[in-house]
Design a protein around this ligand. Structure first.
Ligand code: SAH
Length: 343
């Protein structure tokens, strides 16, 4: 019999599950607390359960391991990058950023990625597999344990396309925000997508208060297609409609991410077109000077050009920032995460 992933049950489901194996429902509550508040990695730690019950759990369930394998710290800004080993030997990376307002963790949602964005290291080698909800949680839990401080913000912007792993992603959000667990505020969570339109509509229906970030990267359908293969499937107009719908359903302002690639999407004309696209939208624009990866020769605009670009948009009343680059000396910045550390 295959063991069941016990960290993927919701609070209610776990109580039902315990009844199903002949235990009292409140055992489910106790186990939930061990898993999601005390962040236990093994049944042995659950000392308020009898040895017999712990053995029974051990025989039928598994707490999927997310085992710390390496850690690097940026000398520039104190950002930490973690490498974790999963049950099947696959590896994923996560990043911890320390801000004045709290600790923010960027997690991976898949091993690899099949979206193929031209400037991103995470997609080189394609998709290996989806992460389970419990493996997504595990990244945050391990980091919280290692630093001995609370994680208050979570961004799903590491390796993988979260909406390409939709059901697991949604379960993960439910568990992460559950008041019986880590209870992270929905408003402190941001999910970034390259624009899987049908799933954006599904997510809007959930009426969560999480922030949706859309990887735009081009102000026309043609430009976007050059950088993002997914644009062949969903065109820019459809993607923007899905963004408008998300805002309409949830009241949450969309964040548009725009990785600036020198000579490709950072010209004056790009700024003009981008203005037209965003001027009448209640949104936030986050410019990300592209982070270099060794397989591609994309270059970032120099600081002055990036500021000019930003100023142009700002003048039209668009709410725009340049993303503070963090952890670039440890390949921990956007688009630099991989399945293993490069030596
Ligand atoms: N799959 C999701 C989340 C992953 S990446 C998505 O596509 O949104 C988070 C952000 O970093 C995305 O906007 C992504 O396009 C961007 N990004 C990827 N590679 C980058 C690079 N080399 N430099 C700057 N940003 C990059």
């Amino acid at each position: 019999m295959e063991k069941k992933d016990i960290r993927a049950y919701t609070y209610e489901q776990l109580q039902e599950e315990m009844k199903g194996i002949g235990e009292k429902a409140f055992r489910g509550k106790q186990i939930y607390e061990w898993l999601h508040v005390r962040l236990a990695d093994s049944f042995d730690e659950m000392t308020n359960l009898s040895k017999a019950l712990r053995e029974k759990l051990e025989a039928q369930y598994v707490i999927l391991p997310v085992e710390p394998a390496a850690r690097q710290e940026s000398k520039l800004d104190g950002t930490n990058k973690f490498l974790f080993r999963l049950w099947d030997g696959n590896m994923v990376e996560s990043v911890l950023m320390r801000y004045k307002h709290g600790n923010s963790v960027c997690i991976s949602s898949q091993v690899g990625c099949r979206m193929g964005c031209r400037f991103c290291a995470s997609t080189i080698g394609g998709l290996e597999r989806n992460l389970s909800p419990s493996e997504m949680l595990g990244q945050i839990y391990q980091i919280q344990k290692m630093i001995g401080e609370r994680v208050s913000n979570v961004v799903i912007m590491g390796t993988g396309e979260p909406l390409d792993n939709y059901e697991n992603f949604l379960t993960f959000i439910r568990l992460l925000t559950d008041e019986h667990g880590l209870h992270i505020s929905q408003r402190n969570i941001t999910v970034s997508t390259c624009g899987i339109v049908p799933r954006m509509y599904d997510l809007a229906k959930e009426k969560l208060q999480i922030t949706l970030a859309l990887s735009l990267h081009g102000s026309t359908q043609e430009k976007r297609k050059q950088l993002m293969p997914v644009a062949n499937k969903y065109d820019l107009r459809e993607v923007l409609e899905a963004c408008d719908n998300y805002f309409h359903e949830t009241g949450r302002r969309i964040t548009f991410e725009y990785s600036m690639v020198h000579g490709v999407n950072d010209t004056e004309e790009d700024a003009r077109e981008l203005t037209v696209l965003l001027k009448h939208r209640n949104c936030h624009l986050n410019l990300i000077p592209v982070n270099p990866i060794k397989e591609r020769d994309f270059e970032r605009p120099d600081r002055k050009n990036a500021l000019n670009f930003k100023n142009k948009l700002e003048k039209s009343g668009i709410n725009v920032t340049i993303r503070r680059e963090m952890g670039s000396d440890i390949d921990g910045a956007c688009g630099q995460l991989r399945r293993s550390y490069q030596g």
